[in-house]
Design a protein around this ligand. Structure first.
Ligand code: SF4
Ligand code: SF4
Length: 132
């Protein structure tokens, strides 16, 4: 009897055809463990709302020449695609937190119900870093 080989990449989504925006408050939030992230950026094009960006060198705590990525929390829809991509294709540097746990860890980040552009939030602590 023939058996189908296990598809190791099944949990990895296709690249999005187009970029959309958050329409409601998410149930979960993607948080990059910047001590584990290699800065490879493999996760970046998979995000359906394009809210993963390279951390500016002056803003990350480690002296690595390749800065980690970070999530613009207020744009994240909690789909977990980035976490699955990072785990399956590269490292294991993105953790999905329930919104409740996220807000306990990041009380300074106010997650909006709807999409607010990063420009509108510039100067806020939208991309604060967590130690996991
Ligand atoms: S795929 Fe993982 S290791 Fe690579 S940049 Fe994204 S979070 Fe970092
Ligand atoms: S969970 Fe990851 S892929 Fe999904 S919207 Fe948030 S940052 Fe983007």
């Amino acid at each position: 009897m023939k058996t189908k080989p296990y598809d190791h990449y099944k949990p990895v989504a296709d690249l999005p055809d187009e970029i959309s925006h958050k329409k409601r408050k998410p149930r979960a939030m993607a948080v990059v463990d910047d001590g584990n992230c290699t800065g490879c950026k493999v996760c970046v094009p998979f995000c359906p709302v394009d809210c993963i960006e390279v951390t500016p060198k002056e803003e990350h705590a480690f002296s690595s020449p390749i800065p980690p990525v970070r999530v613009r929390y207020n744009e994240c829809i909690g789909c977990s695609i980035c976490a699955r991509v990072c785990t399956k294709l590269t490292w294991d540097a993105i953790h999905m937190l329930s919104l409740q746990n996220f807000q306990a860890a990041f009380p300074e980040v106010d997650i909006s119900d709807n999409f607010i552009s990063a420009t509108a939030l510039s100067g806020s602590s939208d991309t604060a870093v967590i130690e996991i």
